[in-house]
Write a protein that binds this ligand. Sequence first.
Ligand code: F6R
Length: 611
Amino acid sequence: MCGIVGYIGDKKACPILINGLLRLEYRGYDSSGIATIEGNLLSCLKDKGRVKNLYDLKGIDDLVGTVGIAHTRWATHGKPSKENSHPHLDNSNHFAVVHNGIIENYHELREFLQKEGVSFLSQTDTEVIPNLIHYYYQKDNHTDELKFLRAVNRACQDLKGSFAIEVICQDYPDSMIVVRKDSPLVIGHGNGENYISSDIPAILSFTKDFYLLNDYEFAVLTRDCVDFYDIHLNKIKKDIKNIEWDAASAEKDGFEDFMLKEIFEQPKSVRETIGSRLTKEDCNFDDLSFSKDYLNSIRHIYIVACGTAMHAGLATKPIFEKFCHIPVTVDIASEFRYRNPIIDEHTLCLYISQSGETADTIAALKLAKSKGARTLAISNVIGSSITREADYSIYTHAGPEIAVASTKAYTSQVVLLSILAIYFAEVLGKQNEELNCLKNDILELAEKVEKTLKNISDIKAFAKKVYKETDMFFLGRGSDYTVALEGSLKLKEISYIHSEAYASGELKHGPIALIENDVTVISILTDPKLVEKSISNIQEVITRGAKTLVITNQALDDKKFDSMITIPNTNPLISPILSVIPLQLLAYYISKEKGLDVDKPRNLAKSVTVE
Ligand code: F6R
């Protein structure tokens, strides 16, 4: 969490930095700040509150430097306040640092520095970093051009935890140093200028050429070049990665919010994720080089992820099990990593992460790797940390997802994993008619997503009816249950309404006690084999006075329910891709009715780079 940007070039840094921060606000938005260097003067302005407040800060127009670093914060250590905002300076005001991550040993570093006479102005873990850099800088008697780098490098060796750090020093007004460990940071390369950002979309309008840093790699940026060093300060070479995303895809493009735009981008993201992986003739993941012998040796597949990405795993588990006949466990990354799962070389572990930066998912991947399993990352961000850790990586092609609530990434993940399951089944020689039907159904999906998006007036009307509620329930069986979980998560995160998702059959085992007059119950019914049973469950809540919304692809009598949304029919195995859409829209319109900030819900950040 937290977003960082940096600029070094011949333009005034401040407007570029604020622009970058505004695009990174989804990563955290409780305070922000900027430090620039002009001549040998290091200036810093920061405050509590949203990034746009920076425009009104006294003195902001006087930050005329062409080298600068900036930060938008999601508080971990120390409440949101001016003192705790970044950048943080050392006591001598020589160094300014912005940091994303958590320094786990900051207590002991703080005590050590206090004994050395350093006083601390904030409660943050970050403030030890500039002071530690200054400590090593002072101890270095040389005055060569690498002195700044040596001090940063030495300080980083003392840090435990995760960090993406930008540092500027008033003695080196024409350079900036960055380093990362387990936190995201990219370097954008321009003509006579270089950029830093926590993610690619924030600086896509400036450049499409990026350098990606691995853990403990240091970059020294000047206007014209970027030099890279390993932890031992040996120079290393890095290639530029050209990123194909176009800058417009990171803009709102006439939509009121990114979330709504991203919901409506789903026909495109589904189509592009299917791409050349699945055609009428072929299902192709040959880049994975998984042989029949290897897949035959697999006894267990784990799908591990967090939040919405984990729900994409739940939605696709039945496809792997049905067609590959391999047991699949879907696990929450933060649980998986601490419960000593049974893993060996006969285990295949799939890790889903839109951002590719989620700390728990990355840690869960490292664990499986250390136990001899093959690991495959499914991410939306090329070159993201998880893809660099995994043995294999495949990508969803959802384009940049900016809204905190994940929508198009989820549907793309379900699409990609479904095709992957088909591919595994084919390599295993388990082709059959049902598998062929599923392939055709996937190829028809994008059009059906388009159709689903045409039907929004009933959802808007239902949102108007229920937005003042404090509790809601989501019900479903089979794949519909996995969508109920996702619908409930979407509602909670952007509308702040408490909700619970239950497998319809579980209702009578407890939750039905909560159903009383006027409670809202949303049911998903897309599997013809389960419809009868699910209708009986809905009837039970209607009898107890519930208000009901039904999302279905079946020809049901709509008079039975308060509202019914009909979606296109498809194979029940992939119906989550369609049935989730009305639930995304419902959460969106409820949030709008409540006047909330849809794209930046309270307490949440888009990529969760801390545990
Ligand atoms: C919910 C949401 C989160 C993410 C979760 C994992 O809308 O966005 O639950 O799905 O934080 O993020 P990634 O996929 O980036 O690992």
